[in-house]
Design a protein. Structure first.
Length: 640
């Protein structure tokens, strides 16, 4: 059947129309997908993950919440770089700045002598000025480099306590860096000695605010040891060090390992310091320790590069020769060895007795000098030296002259007194063949110092005996007042002069400043005692108004104590209004007594609530009196 030409034309037109529509739809989707991929790629490459893009035909819409206005503009520019900016619709939001949380406040203080540098972010301009003023007093006219910035936000809990701690720590640390946040304090400093380092660390740990982490990095310079000394003893009492020095941790560990192998038991102290005569110190010391242990009865002393080995009188000469030969052959070149066998102590002769010089150190640093000295000049020198060490009134001299004493006796006597000064109590005796010192000391370095003094002054003298015991000083415990004593002391101060307020106001009168200072001093030792600050009024005015006024006054007292740098976490401000009078409200004197601030100790009840601790009233304790029936009959003036 032949279709009419008109039908064929209409059909062809319809097919062409369908093809055109489909092609247009495909082309539109292709353009949309290409634009979407291009915009998403640009946003992803720029790091704008918070932004989203949608495409409708040629129109591109950007949505999302930008962290800042500048970030929104950058995202818009990134999209405009890949498609025509006229095709972009900006539907992005920006985070409300008021909804952002407070930044982390930090304070970094660097002090080097009189120069102080500040950097960080603090909560307010007032806090900024307070920090600068306090450090200005500390700098004493020195330069302060102020790079602090401020951000007007409420200060976080614990911030002020942490800043106060950091500033107080800075006062005692002339070379330090202190980092402060509300929850963490870091202290880096250089101390003058190991003892000073220990004292600083103990003091800072004791004063750190509760709930604040403290990170300490206190360094101490290594001491200069002159002469560089090591003295190792092996005798009937066992093996031990009289003095031990090392130039670094590795050398110390090697020396201690050699001593442990030689029979030393327990913890061994070995001072690390400067002044080592050669890098081979640990090798030389280990050889000497092994030699003394092999002899079984010997003392080896290193004084810089001079080595003295003294064997006991019971040591076999053959063994002595063998050990000395090996040690002499193997010691590093810089070291020189002097070895000897000790002789039996000579017995006292009937005509002269034991020839010796003795110095005895008693309690309270009293010294007795006895025994023999060669001549009057030496006696005066020895007595003068003793007075310079112990004080003129603390020296008792009872020496005799003996011109026949050995050479070097005066040097030994002076060295003995200098060594004795390192003890708390003890005795030193000087004889022809040895110097012996015994006693007790509270200084853990005293044995090293004594060995160093004697070996330096006496050189390679054969006999040096040190029997010194370390007795640490017992630090007396600081007795803090009990919670009851704290409250009693505060109320006693209030009895002397009450805290007064301006009439009808919670503003504290200037006359109360001295009383508040006294209370603040008492509260410094009572930081853990739960205490109620109770406000009371007279019956003038309405009950609700009096209740609010009494609480506001109690809060003013707490704030005044906080301004005096008192931790107030243990203080609870409570208002009782007119409900607890202690005198009649009919007279001005009675109303004056009822307008008061009281401090009371709190306790924890069985149900977990905090309540005032029950206190038995004394005979002089004023009793609350009933309010007169006419007190509320008419409206009266406000309470003062």
């Amino acid at each position: 059947m032949n279709l009419p030409p008109k039908a064929i034309g209409a059909a062809a037109f319809a097919v062409a129309a369908c093809v055109s529509i489909l092609a247009a739809i495909w082309a539109a989707h292709a353009i949309e997908n290409r634009s979407l991929r291009a915009v998403q790629g640009a946003l992803g490459a720029g790091g704008y993950a918070w932004a989203e893009a949608t495409v409708d035909g040629l129109q591109v819409t950007l949505t999302g919440t930008a962290p800042t206005e500048s970030m929104r503009f950058r995202a818009l520019s990134a999209a405009g770089a890949v498609v025509d900016a006229r095709r972009i619709t900006d539907a992005m939001d920006v985070v409300d700045p008021s909804a952002l949380g407070a930044p982390e406040f930090t304070l970094e203080i660097l002090r080097n002598g009189d120069g102080i540098s500040l950097i960080g972010l603090v909560p307010s301009e007032d806090a900024h000025q307070e920090i600068v003023e306090r450090l200005g007093d500390l700098a004493g006219g020195g330069q302060i480099t102020d790079m602090l910035e401020t951000s007007e936000h409420p200060e976080p809990e614990g911030w002020q306590d942490a800043v106060d701690f950091g500033l107080r720590a800075m006062e005692t640390l002339p070379r330090s860096k202190i980092s402060v946040t509300a929850t963490r304090i870091g202290v880096m400093a250089i101390s003058d000695s190991a003892a000073e380092k220990a004292r600083i660390e103990a003091d800072l740990k004791r004063r750190v605010p509760a709930g604040t982490a403290l990170n300490l990095d206190i360094s101490a310079p290594r001491p200069v040891i002159a002469p560089f000394t090591l003295r190792f003893v092996v005798d009937a009492d066992g093996a031990r060090f009289d003095a031990c020095s090392a130039n670094n941790e590795r050398a110390r560990d090697r020396i201690i390992a050699a001593a442990t192998k030689a029979g030393v038991a327990g913890k061994v102290a070995c001072t690390i310091g400067l002044g080592v005569p050669s890098p081979d110190w640990a090798d030389a010391a280990s050889m000497g320790i092994a030699a003394a242990a092999e002899l079984g009865d010997a003392v080896i002393t290193y004084s810089d590069a001079d080595v003295s080995l003294v064997a006991g009188s019971g040591v076999s000469p053959d063994l002595f020769d063998k050990v000395v030969g090996e040690l002499e052959s193997n010691l590093p070149e810089v070291y020189s060895l002097h070895a000897a066998m000790s002789q039996q102590e000579a017995a006292a002769t009937p005509d002269k007795g034991i020839v010796e010089f003795v110095a005895i150190l008693k309690e309270e640093r009293k010294v007795e000098l006895r025994g023999r000295l060669p001549d009057e000049l030496v006696r005066e020198a020895v007595e003068s030296f003793a007075r310079s060490r112990f004080g003129s009134a603390s020296v008792y001299a009872a020496t005799r002259l003996d011109p026949g004493l050995p050479r070097g006796w005066s040097i030994r006597a002076l060295a003995a007194i200098e060594a004795l000064a390192r003890l708390d109590t003890g005795q030193v005796s000087v004889r022809a063949d040895r110097v012996r010192i015994t006693g007790t000391t509270s200084d853990p370095q005293a044995r090293d110092d004594i060995a160093r003094i004697l070996s330096d002054k006496l050189g390679e003298a054969q006999g040096i005996e040190i029997a010194v015991s370390y007795v640490p000083v017992e630090t007396p415990e600081v007795k803090l007042p009990s919670a009851e004593e704290c409250v009693e002391g505060i109320n006693a101060a209030l009895a002397q002069h009450k805290i007064e307020f301006e009439p009808g106001s919670a503003r504290i009168a200037p006359s109360a400043n001295k009383t508040l200072d006294t209370i603040a001093d008492l509260l410094r030792d009572c930081a853990d005692a739960p205490i109620e600050v109770a406000g009371h009024t007279d019956s003038q005015g309405g009950e609700d108004m009096n209740l609010n006024l009494s609480k506001a006054r109690a809060q003013s007292v707490v704030q005044a104590l906080m301004a005096r740098r008192i931790l107030t976490g243990n203080l609870t401000a409570t208002g009782y209004g007119e409900t607890m009078p202690i005198a009649s409200n009919d007279t001005e004197e009675g109303r004056e007594q009822n307008r008061r601030i009281e401090f009371r100790l709190l306790t924890i009840a069985e149900d977990g609530t905090v309540v005032p601790m029950a206190q038995a009233p004394g005979p002089d304790t004023p009793r609350p009196k009933p309010r007169p029936e006419t007190a509320g009959a008419a409206q009266e003036p406000n309470s003062e």
